[in-house]
Design a protein around this ligand. Structure first.
Ligand code: PXL
Length: 282
């Protein structure tokens, strides 16, 4: 049976993030994907100025209410960038309306990076997002979001394996079964993931060589590849390894193309490989 997901993110018209990444990646994995847009922006807020921003909070409950009458169930509920801390309560309400016990609730907190919250975020976001993480089966925070979620200072001087393990342990205590932290690095040369599921006593780490630069939207690209792998039956560690490998290839392709980095990473050329690798997995 074809799998079905619902993706709850903003629409950034230009810049390859959120829905413009989640939708093509999940579709390329063979997953039917519906969307609920949380905000409409002309670009992401990372390396652009003068962007437009329309908060779609007043649409969320009516959309969820209508969708709940359609008699459809979802194999995965994928939440990403939300326009405000208040929207978390609306997303929690969506979980009640649109999900059942078998729905994989997959949460990318998507509110910060590089030690800071994104430009339009309000202070309530970390505490609100903790509530959503508590309802999730899998969470995919980056190092910055993990620190904000747990009220810990961002390790400016670098992360240690002990600190990464502490983050994983405390994030698991919020309630999810699987924690995948991105942007984990113990040296300048590598970057990667800390992965821990509730049955594990320690995280496992996966690394790739690090490219110099800030690559917008890679969190969304990675999370979308990860969910694609999970929905196609991979284990968390296998799906994470595939997502890390493919994200690395997207960055390499972007650097080779010479495109300005604020337009996001070139994931399009990697989609055939995603399909191929998921088919191999059977
Ligand atoms: O990729 C995360 C993201 C999503 N949506 C918007 C953003 C960002 C990161 O800056 O600004 C609008």
């Amino acid at each position: 049976m074809q799998k079905r997901a619902i993706a709850v993110h903003d629409i950034s018209c230009v810049g390859r993030c959120s829905i413009t990444v989640a939708l093509p990646i999940l579709s390329a994995a063979g997953v039917e994907t519906s969307i609920i847009p949380t905000a409409l922006l002309s670009t992401h807020t990372g390396e652009f100025t003068g962007y437009t921003h329309l908060d779609l909070s007043d649409q969320l409950s009516p959309i969820a209410e209508h969708l709940s009458t359609l008699g459809r169930s979802y194999d995965a509920f994928y939440s990403g960038y939300l326009a405000s801390g208040r929207q978390v309560d609306q997303v929690l309400d969506m979980l009640d309306r649109l999900c059942d016990d078998s729905t994989h609730i997959f949460v990318d907190p998507a509110f910060g990076d590089h030690g800071r919250m994104y430009s339009l975020m309000d202070e309530t976001m970390p505490a609100q997002m903790r509530k959503l993480c508590s309802r999730a089966r899998t969470i995919v925070p980056n190092l910055t979001e993990s620190c904000f979620l747990l009220g810990k200072p961002y390790p400016k001087e670098g992360c240690t394996p002990e600190f990464a393990a502490e983050l994983c342990r405390e994030l698991l205590m919020l309630g999810p079964e699987n924690v995948v932290i991105t942007d984990i690095a113990f040296s300048r040369e590598h970057t990667g993931l800390a992965i821990q599921s509730s049955h594990m006593s320690q995280p496992v780490f996966q690394f790739r060589s690090r490219f110099e630069g800030i690559f917008h939207g890679t969190g969304d690209v990675f999370a979308s590849f990860l969910l694609a792998g999970l929905m196609r039956g991979r284990t968390v560690q296998d799906a994470a390894a595939l997502a890390l490998e493919l994200t690395h290839e997207c960055i390499a392709a972007t650097l080779e193309s010479g495109q300005p980095l604020r337009f996001g990473v070139q994931f399009e050329s990697v989609l055939p490989k995603l399909w191929q690798r998921l088919e191999e997995a059977g």
